[in-house]
Design a protein around this ligand. Structure first.
Ligand code: GFB
Length: 313
């Protein structure tokens, strides 16, 4: 991939896609292609075929997906399975038809069995039952990995897959029903502080552990992999450290400056108890994350405040 290569970032307005777009710009890639959801419905097979015919991308980052936190996954199994299969099938199959030079597919750490040994090695895939709250999304993402491997094996396509851990960063989703935990906590603690509320209610028991990676770090890893990795084996992309949700809530409370109480709502699902990934395969290639959780949370809070100031009054 060189500065004049035609590079398509599917999902370029999302948390991960926008970070990849910024990283590519930072590295001087001048020929970036993006389509908003309104401009191109990626579940529409003929529309995606017409897009490939017109734009003729040489490199494709598949950062488009229907994503959400634990509650959204639990409440919308049909959309999480159907839409993600449709999106990735159209992009991956279309890339083969269009002769795309290389494609990077993004999955998720939820592809691993609920109770797999920790830290999660790539070899643990399909060795046990999935976490019920997000098995729909996980099955779609596993299918995407297999799709890339099948096209590599049968047609020699240079299609690779990366499995990021829980992501956060600029442009995150702060909707309290559909978001992931970190943006949700940032918003909850901020709103409690500004309203003078005495407490903040968090979901579940707070006992599960989660690994977090700042979106700009994932973006750098994706560009690094596009330039340096061409194997059938998918590869984990994590920070290498995890934290309990209780500890996380305490850190967000401190960063936001909320002094009230934290209460836990056990009627909400905990999800998988832990999903710390073993990213040693990637680290051995020479990439490592640069933004630690404390720094990343402060950057994310700044992003949230910036979005507030731009919100219509
Ligand atoms: O980030 P999260 O929604 O998804 O939840 P997962 C992580 C943990 O945070 C769960 C707890 O144990 C939640 O119960 N939590 C506490 C909260 N308070 C809140 C809150 O206010 N909002 C949210 N959202 N969680 C997702 C998968 O699982 O991981 C996705 O469902 C994807 O498909 C993503 O794979 C990476 O980490 O449990």
């Amino acid at each position: 991939m060189n500065q004049d290569s035609r590079v398509y970032v599917a999902g370029h307005r999302g948390l991960v896609g926008s970070a990849i777009w910024r990283e590519l710009q930072r590295q001087g890639f001048r020929n970036l292609i993006g389509r908003t959801h309104q401009e191109l419905d990626l579940t529409d097979t003929p529309a995606v075929a017409r897009f490939y015919e017109k734009e003729k991308p040489e490199y494709v980052f598949v950062a488009a997906a229907k994503v959400g936190g634990i509650l959204a996954n639990q409440q919308q199994p049909a959309e999480f399975l159907f839409e993600n299969l449709a999106i990735q099938n159209n992009i991956i199959h279309g890339a083969w038809l269009a002769g795309v030079k290389k494609l990077l597919f993004l999955g998720s750490s939820c592809i691993y069995p609920k109770l797999a040994p920790q830290p999660l090695k790539e070899e643990y895939l399909l060795t046990g039952p999935l976490e019920p709250t997000n098995e729909w999304y996980a099955v779609a993402k596993i299918a995407g990995i297999k799709m890339c491997q099948a096209f590599r094996r049968q047609y020699g396509c240079d299609f690779i897959s990366a499995m990021p851990t829980n992501m956060y960063g600029p442009g995150d989703n702060y909707d309290l029903q559909t978001s992931h935990v970190l943006p949700a906590l940032i918003r909850k603690f901020h709103e409690a502080k500004t309203s003078g509320a005495p407490k903040v209610t968090c979901w579940g028991t707070g006992l599960p552990l989660r690994e977090f990676l700042y979106s700009d770090d994932l973006a750098a890893a994706c560009v690094f992999l596009m330039q340096n990795y061409s194997e059938e084996q998918f590869i984990n992309v994590g920070s290498g450290a995890d934290v309990s949700i209780r500890e996380l809530a305490g850190q967000v409370r401190r960063i936001v400056g909320f002094s009230g109480e934290i209460v836990w709502d056990p009627s909400k699902p905990d999800g998988t108890p832990r999903k710390l990934m073993d990213s040693s395969r990637l680290f051995a290639l020479g990439w490592k994350p640069r933004v630690d959780l404390e720094t990343g949370m402060r950057l994310a809070y700044t992003d949230f405040l910036g979005r507030l100031s731009q919100a219509p009054k």
